[in-house]
Ligand binder design. Structure first.
Ligand code: FES
Length: 234
């Protein structure tokens, strides 16, 4: 159903249910987001795929077993899904480690990696940051960090200003076409996420939530969808 309404910022929310789906409220747009590649086969850029018509509130499968993906069909209950949230509740800045380059500083929390591989182009983001007094290296490092869906990597300029992409509040369903599998749920634009026991995770511009049911860092993606060959079409 297409309600035709604009999303209302005050009601944006993702509520994680105990051993069950994500309840998305606020009329947030939902669409596939597809990983693109450059001529050398490195992940670079995104394109939008299928756009889903959604009501004000909808439930997205978290266990990976729904026959009506991306939506929950109750399979989590029948399969006995264990969705225990094990991720740290500390802030990104508390958990992160830094690589300091001449013109950029990279902060990262490796366990948040969604294996989207945008950081691997041109020698990888870490090496580019170390050479960030070179304008081309600086530019590519920023592109790579900005294309990362998970927020594992955050760059700052030498004045300490955080460099973040502008993301409209929306929900992406990542399709990793280069790898041949489906990826996590990409939560974009600072949408609040509430745990099953009522804790508000740090509100961030971008995070990725597990939808294959296998992350060891729930609710966040840890890249397990590749190991478990998750496909949203199955
Ligand atoms: S969470 Fe309900 S079917 Fe997957």
């Amino acid at each position: 159903m297409n309600t035709g309404h604009e999303p209302s910022e005050d009601s944006y929310r993702i509520k994680i249910t105990k051993n069950g789906p994500y309840v998305v409220s606020g009329g947030l747009p939902l669409a596939e987001q597809i990983i693109c590649q450059d001529a050398e086969g490195h992940c670079h850029g995104w394109r939008q795929g299928k756009v889903f018509e959604v009501p004000e509130t909808y439930t997205l499968c978290r266990c990976g077993k729904s026959k009506n993906k991306p939506f929950c069909d109750g399979s989590h209950y029948r399969s006995g899904f264990d969705g225990t949230e094990t991720a740290s509740r500390a802030s990104f800045s508390t958990q992160s480690v830094e690589v300091v380059g001449p013109d950029l500083t990279l902060s990262e929390v490796p366990i948040l990696c969604a294996e989207a591989r945008f950081c691997q182009r041109a020698g990888d983001t870490w090496h580019l940051v170390k050479k960030s007094d070179d304008q081309e290296c600086r530019k590519i490092a920023i592109e790579e960090a900005s294309e990362c869906p998970s927020g594992r990597i955050v760059l700052k300029d030498k004045d300490g200003n955080v460099i973040e992409p502008e993301l409209t509040p929306s929900i992406g369903l990542i399709e990793d076409v280069p790898a041949g599998f489906s990826g996590p749920i990409w939560v974009r634009g600072g949408i609040p996420i509430e745990s099953s026991d009522g804790f508000d995770y740090e509100r961030r511009n971008r995070v990725t939530l597990c939808r294959c049911g296998h992350s060891s860092n729930m609710p966040f993606c840890d890249g397990s969808h590749l190991e478990f060959k998750f496909r949203s079409s199955e």
